[in-house]
Design a protein around this ligand. Sequence first.
Ligand SMILES: *[C@@H]1O[C@H](CO)[C@@H](O)[C@H](O)[C@H]1NC(C)=O
Ligand SMILES: *[C@@H]1O[C@H](CO)[C@@H](O)[C@H](O)[C@H]1NC(C)=O
Ligand SMILES: *[C@@H]1O[C@H](CO)[C@@H](O)[C@H](O)[C@H]1NC(C)=O
Length: 477
Amino acid sequence: MKNQELVFIPSAVMSHLVSTVELAKLLIDRNEHLSITVLIMKLPYEKNVGNYTYPQTEASDSRIRFLELKKDESASQTVSPILFIYQFVEDHKNSARDVLTEISNSASSDLVGVVVDMFCSSMIDVANEFGVPSYVFYTSGAAMLGLMLHLQSLRDDFGEDVTNYENSKVELAVPTYINPVPVKVLPSRLFDMEGGGNMFLNLTKRFRETKGIVINSFFELESHAIQALSNDKTIPPVYPVGPILDLKESNGQNQETEMITKWLDIQPDSSVVFLCFGSRGCFDGGQVKEIACALESSGYRFLWSLRRPPPKGKFESPGDYENLEEALPEGFLQRTAEVGKVIGWAPQAAILSHPAVGCFVSHCGWNSTLESVWFGVPMATWPLYAEQQVNAFLLLKDLGMAVDIKMDFKSTSFEPSTEIVAADLIEKAIKHLMDPENEIRKKVKEKKEKSRLSLSEGGPSSASLGRFLDALIDNIP
Ligand SMILES: *[C@@H]1O[C@H](CO)[C@@H](O)[C@H](O)[C@H]1NC(C)=O
Ligand SMILES: *[C@@H]1O[C@H](CO)[C@@H](O)[C@H](O)[C@H]1NC(C)=O
Ligand SMILES: *[C@@H]1O[C@H](CO)[C@@H](O)[C@H](O)[C@H]1NC(C)=O
């Protein structure tokens, strides 16, 4: 039998790439005839991509290979930073064509499909040229997918432009949410004046042409949303196969992880407040002081991942402080030395899996949300950018699984916000969440069990993955 070759085109940011590769691993484990090629589009500011893919490329027995696409420099136009997301993918289409030509001509394998990332759906054009079915891998949740499809339908089928409601108190009835969704929690990039909103809706529109959408979620977490998507016949079949996580943290730094684990080992169970805001999360000095005050005054033990904002106007990820004292109130480190630890980069999965951790103050990135569910750690929601506000809304209102700090806090992915959340608000949320009697703690523990069952043999996500593999074969032209 000929080898079956599936091509993945992930977005170039680390979190999407890592989830894509973890999905690829699940697929090849289940089908011995399947090989996967992951096409890499390198972004200048994502420095770890090479370190992540290289060791995996070296593993000779792997049926997953990585190919770096070439950027078409001649075609490149200067566009606004937000439209860059689209243009960047356009500029890699020629190179993707070359790869698909090579695979199609290969005598040893059949090209069975192309799986595009949510931000790369324009690559469907290339799949179409080869007459190959396309699929989407949606790295966020089912409710969010439904929200984007709903907004796209409002625009294209009903001529309704939700960006008119920016800053209003309007609430939208969205089929994938139980509660009406306030416009103020929608991703701010939807309101971008340079066409960013339309660009995202254009990318979403193309999902409808595909043969299926794989979602990083699971039925018991988002049953309402998944049902709503399945009931809508204008949407291709959805395959919730999550939670897909990278618990080994392939890009981890071992010495630091060891040092942090040793510290957690000597703390009592469920006693530590863990604060971490994702790979692009950072705050200005004023906000850092408020967080410090809240922690000190709450008296709880804490582990705080504090990152230095990138230089102004630079599209760079936050870095680590050389000297933490500079960023923190005077004497804070000395006064809290017995109960707290301030760190830079955090091995998040290792920390969340530790019994000493009692709650997680989080930016609500989807990946972090799934990790906290997987480890049964309740969250306090402090979203920053992208779809994090609406993730927080889902957790707070629809799922009742979190405590709010500031659901509609807004920042951008490269700059800290100018808005400041006061210490007493932060402290109140943490105290509420750390209360052992809080029902939310019980609910999150239940979801933890469900998340694990979902992936085990016969569980809903495992079954869904099987259906996706069957569809891949059935849809071969
Ligand atoms: C999820 O996020 C954590 C923390 O930002 C990161 O260490 C991990 O690699 C991410 N995992 C995936 C699957 O993206
Ligand atoms: C790997 O990481 C190291 C240190 O973080 C960095 O100096 C190096 O450039 C990276 N290599 C690649 C191929 O990205
Ligand atoms: C969105 O699609 C429409 C119709 O194809 C097109 O006219 C418009 O330029 C696109 N907008 C963006 C920002 O890509």
